[in-house]
Design a protein around this ligand. Sequence first.
Ligand code: NDP
Ligand code: MG
Length: 385
Amino acid sequence: MSIERLAILGSTGSIGVQTLDIVRRYPERFKVTALVAHSRWEMLAAQAREFEVESVVIGDAQHYEALKDALKDTNVEVMAGSDAINHIASSYRSDTVVNALVGYAGLHPTYLAIESGKRIALANKETLVVGGDIIMDAAKRKGVDILPIDSEHSAIMQCLEGEKRKAIRNLIITCSGGALRDVPSEELVNVTPERALKHPQWSMGAKITIDSATLVNKGFEVIEARWLFDIEPERIKVVVHPQSIVHSMVEFTDGAVKAQLGNADMHTPISYALLYPERAEEAMERFSILDYPTLTFLDVDREKYPALDIAYEVLERGGTAPCTMNGANEVAVAAFLNHKCRYTDIVASIRYALDNTSFEKHPTLATYDAANIEARDLARRFLKL
Ligand code: NDP
Ligand code: MG
């Protein structure tokens, strides 16, 4: 088997670091050619040395000189800024692009990588939330595979192996309930970022941990599933499963339900995406069902978690509506993490942006850029930032 060249976007983040854990185990299978980060230049420099990459990009150009200096005794090419990220995603020497950037910043690189005919291992769900239609069309046109890293979508993909489309009745996405599962609704207004960051099962980047608390993340996963598996939103269900052992399920027409189980460890879905159609020979940590004699499932409290219904609403509206939800959410989550707004202002900002946006039914990538800027402005106006 020939060596597969990887470009890893977001290598300093939670998914990026775990991706490198997998790559480290398969030196004969993968060669990392490029790494992209945003601000953590010291970690990026250390990764560049360890994996002997050809090129690195630091998104935030103010760290360019420091990064360049840290790698001055190597042959590593050092670049900065979003054009350089786009260059890595498109024309650069790689077979697969792992997109583990966070937020809207992931959209253009995914699109460019697809247009360049590269295989995509996709963690950046915002890509599909914002531009699922355009992205999946491009992937089909180019014959490019998009392999999901998100654990729920990896689970569904595994359940669908060898199955016929017409046999699928429903996709059932599981949801831990996030860090505030046991906090009563009336206390949510006073929740601090520190409290909301304490996810009971998963250790992830700050933004997705807050998105998990509000269930914006689950709403985004419904949208992601709609595009990845080309299935109508009403056939995508969400159930709360506090143990996070069943990563998602597929219900078939004959009444059978397939589920994928395992530890709450992103190494498994990452390795599935990277090695597909093969599997990793060894797990990071073996799973034992006997450790979990009780697995429970319950309905989502739609009053406590309005974000889930908003996600179905924006899917129904289509066009730029999901982009508006995403842009407002990004601003509000950052504000909440910086103690600039209350927890409950996050969903309120999304609502405000959706109610005041200049909606566009048939967007292009350029329309998304404009809708994203508008959504961010609307959220800032609402939050008085
Ligand atoms: P992190 O915040 O841990 O990492 C994000 C990465 O992207 C970092 O390398 C960061 O660089 C970089 N980055 C951030 N902003 C920009 C920008 N504007 N331009 C370029 N690079 C940028 O996030 P996660 O790893 O948790 O999540 C990444 C994606 O994967 C998200 O879309 C998330 O929803 C998804 N995901 C994550 C899961 C998880 O377990 N973490 C599970 C399922 C999906 P730096 O650190 O140097 O600033
Ligand atoms: Mg997930």
